[in-house]
Design a protein around this ligand. Sequence first.
Ligand code: NAD
Ligand code: TYD
Length: 382
Amino acid sequence: MPKKNTPHSSLLTPHSLLITGGAGFIGANFVHYWIKNYPDVQVTVLDALTYAGNKANLAPVENHPKFRFVHGDIRHYALVLNLLLDQEIDTIVHFAAESHVDRSIHGPDAFVETNIVGTHTLLKAAKAAWLDTPSAAMNTQTSALGPQPSPYRFHHISTDEVYGSLSPEDPGFCETTAYAPNSPYAASKAASDFLVRAYYKTYGMPMTISNCSNNYGPYQHPEKLIPLLTLNCLEHKPLPIYGDGLNIRDWLYVEDHCRGIDLILKKGRIGETYNIGGNCEKTNLEVVHTVCAILDELKPLSSSTALFTSYSSLLTHVKDRAGHDRRYAIDASKISKELAYMPIETFESGMQKTVQWYLEHPEWCKNVMGENYKKWLAQNYS
Ligand code: NAD
Ligand code: TYD
């Protein structure tokens, strides 16, 4: 019989976290954020180390006594179930995904596999570990005081791209905006969101979802716009801007995103979705000019080695992305009213930190820009 699932505040206190995709961009930033703020909580990262996963992203925490890395795939049911039971996981923060729109255009299968099948495998394992055992039945009992807060949480990281594309005059996406995904990536994330919701409605899975806007910050793979522009500038390579460059994204500094997830985990209502945005809409042209202006300051071009005086001379309009969404914007009033969430970083301060980080980590950059990356550039930009 379906479990009773009236939304209620969970006031969760995680004791043992499973962070999927923790060797990727946002996952690694979240691991750093979490260990810095809650050093006594056990953290297990499960990551398949695809082209986007990088153990070097976790180097600063690898010797922390509460940190454990498991190399494995979220589609491996037995592995996930054993981890949940052995590590007594009470909180899953699910980042693992294929995350790049352009790659989903060239090869959608991996997106269906990881984002849909992988999320479903995690849900099945969490149900078996948390809901299908006799002790779990005790935990979800309703008492004379009403529904008891669950000691467990499945938090699913999703994207604003599930809502489709906005016109210039449209209000930002809110949690009740109808889903209208346009890329195979967005469609696979939408499907995973629906599975998480269905496990809540049908089986009482204690879940929350966050749909965030475009993140930027340290450790982002250079296939994505901001690191791509930064690293191309440093190599004096063209800065490829799709179409007219007037597509708009709402940029969110990754640490602000991590704070939002933390608030949802601890105070969010089970069964609810929260949108997280940066309140920072920029056209791609504004983004490229910001990167160039920062580098013009931090790493001025020398007249003896460069044929131009500003990095912005490298800007090149290239063929548009198929099905390119015109505008994303988040209405974050729900998380702001319910959980007192506000992004701290401005675009100027966040971009300064980000570009500086890439300048200070040449080895990291060199390692992620190997043969595989070169193949990708040839495939996507030829
Ligand atoms: P990323 O591509 O940098 O990292 C993904 C990580 O998942 C990698 O470490 C990879 O090895 C791992 N992974 C992939 N397939 C796996 C599998 N089958 N099993 C285990 N691990 C696997 O992604 P990101 O940018 O950090 O995004 C994290 C999450 O946030 C994703 O769910 C993405 O959809 C969502 N999101 C990202 C953004 C953004 O701007 N980057 C915006 C909105 C939502
Ligand atoms: P991206 O970082 O791929 O994120 P998303 O597609 O998830 O929004 O791209 C951000 C914006 O930058 C998007 O409008 C596509 C555009 N873009 C370019 O113009 N050139 C590029 O080489 C890339 C990778 C993206």
